[in-house]
Unconditional design. Sequence first.
Length: 134
Amino acid sequence: MKMRSHNRSGPGLLESVYQAALAYELEKRGLRVTRQQAIPVVYAGVRIDTGFHADLVVEDKVIVEIKSVETVAPVHKKQLLSYLKLADKRLGLLINFNVVLITERHHAYRKPTPGMTLAKDAKDAKTTSKPRNR
């Protein structure tokens, strides 16, 4: 699905174009997709609408973060992990459409389970959360 929307439009377009195309392809297959779903922050028991929005949420289970950048940076991965934590979702997909071969530029992430820590470097922590390879 992501490859079909990428193959039809190619690299170099705005993220919003890829978002609309991917949402269309997923919905065409009968999946429930929410675009630009707000992700609030709860601080001291108060809901704060900060302007965080997940690009796509599929079947209320998977957050899909779409990029159209030269290189996916560590901050993009951290953004998705933060969204997973704030939205209480377990699975996220980060897709960069600004590449020739889309199969080489997507990453799946799982929200860390209790007892796991996120670290800048594996050497900084005893246990780290890593992307799950499939």
